[in-house]
Design a protein around this ligand. Sequence first.
Ligand code: APR
Length: 224
Amino acid sequence: MKHLVFLTGAGMSAESGISTFRDSNGLWEQYDVMEVASIEGWYRNPDLIQKFYNERRAQLNEVEPNEGHKMIASLEKSFKVTVVTQNVDDLHERAGSTQVIHLHGELTKACNESKTKVYEIGTKAIHPEDKAEDGSRLRPFIVWFGEAVPLIEKAAEVVSEADVVVIIGTSMQVYPAAGLIHYAKKDAPVYLIDPNPVDDSSFRVEIIKKKAGEGMAILLEKLI
Ligand code: APR
């Protein structure tokens, strides 16, 4: 059975109503990324970070997987499918995808400060007084700038085994996630679905200049 690997970013969830980061009016125009998404920011002002992630976690109650998420999940009927996502929402799973690697963590999980204990919290808020079992502050289970990306080796291995690689909705600006494409086999077709694709000629891609939903419909025609 062919192995399809999807590398998805914030654009994958845009049609579900979740803001991307670097588009106009994106999250990084509204917030200072180093204040709300970096380990330095956590030590400087943890309550601001908790508020930022409590708001994004609560939004999960108001959004649904879009057609793009559902089409990726539907491919599991005919292919082995692995999703390697930079997104921290749970929309791939809610659409039915069963193999999802979250490189940058998950909104529905919390952890202790050393990130050795992880807790499912769904869309509940984390309050300043909330503690983990070891007495440290409970924090979002998110990979912030300045932190390691523990799943990157596993993701690279998955990409190196892919028969087809599909990049959807990422500006390819954040490493190490953006470097994963270089692990693709030379003979594995690589597709890029994005209405404003990066024109980075450093790797070979077939560009489908569409939003995720429309782009996935075009891709399904090619794959099936
Ligand atoms: N369908 C597909 N792609 C879209 C859509 C859409 N409807 N709308 C926007 N896009 C594309 C944009 O053109 C852009 O290329 O999605 C991409 C979004 O890029 P970013 O906002 O940079 O998001 P992403 O690449 O996922 O960011 C990577 O940066 O801040 C960190 O940890 C954060 O995981 C995030 C990482």
